[in-house]
Design a protein around this ligand. Sequence first.
Ligand code: BGC
Length: 418
Amino acid sequence: MNNKFQHLLALLCLLLTAPAMASQVEVLHWWTSGGELDALSELKEKVEETDNTWLDFAIEGGGGNTALTVLRSRAVSGNPPTAALIKGHNIQEWAKLGFLTSLDDIATREKWDDKLPEFIKPIMKYQGHYVAVPVNIHRINWLWLNETIFNKAKIAVPTDLSELIAVLPQLEAAGYLPIAHTSEPWADAILFESISLSVLGAEQYKQAFVDLNPQILASPAMINAFAQLRAMSLYIDKNAKNRTWEQSTKLLIDDQAAIQIMGDWVAGKLLQEKQQLNTKIRCIEFPGSEGIFSYNVDSFAFFKLKSVSSEVKEAQKTLASIILTPELQREFNAKKGSLPIINTVNSNNFNPCTQQAYTDYQQAMRDNTLVPTFAQAMATTTYVQSAIARVISNFIYDKSISNEAAVVQLTNAIKAAQ
Ligand code: BGC
């Protein structure tokens, strides 16, 4: 046997005896802030422990609009990632277009139907088949408040919406930025969502933003919600348009801004910044929306892939499986500031805000005050959500629009987007 032949033979033996090749999982998301990256690294590590490699496809921009635009062009050109952070109604929209793959075999094997809360399952399934897997529950209707500033300025912490609006000029007069806002449509929508929960209550909120009931949309209560938004919008500063939600949180940490109205990914940022939660920076249910829990569920949808290789498909299932393990659920959510999606996770090591969210979530379930966020497309299609967000942003930044006109615009925009 000559040397060359011996070499070839050795290589052949190696190939025949080698264990099944691991693969690469490419995951699209917009988790680029400090706390989000810490949480994501838990998932990445667990994937890499299985010998698969993680290819990060991160597109900056809270709310995910840019990420979803990039995803569209990748998917349409026939080259989707393994999985993508896709939520709520958007999952149905992708599935309807035929892009998503069924996860039923793994869901059956791992009993997802027994593990997941009832209201989550229809969101993750398309025509009865699992096409996505949830990772957490975030609460939207939070107010983050720097108590040191309130104490120094001798201003009482507001307990209802009118008190909240009343403290804004006082905070400004004391030399602080009253609201650390981020002027982007998704963040504007979060502000209006909390206000409308406070003004409308859970029932009317659902009638307006889930049922899209034209009478509620055009009601005096909705006009009042816009009036409250106008009052708050007067305290949104010009720099808000160049500020990310993460920079807004930093302004609270640095004692420059008094409040932020944002979902509890803020808790993840505070943890990453080594803040003791609910001490200097408190998490308060948005005034007037106490007892209501507006939920946002982060989930990964899985794509039909071009490759027919079994390793690639196995890697996809491995990723889906890891997401629902108690270990990942505990470690990821402890850093993300969100609640685990499965209820077998011990939340003792969670921060006080997440613990409060957990108690409030269970109570809201009992009281039927658990509502889907419209600001993050859990309540309606992405088309309707964008239409609503556009009306809200136009209203905030064009002070000539009256409350009555805003309500007419809202009704018309929703009708056109349905
Ligand atoms: C996601 C959160 C994320 C937030 C800010 C939301 O759309 O659901 O997980 O932390 O955007 O990036």
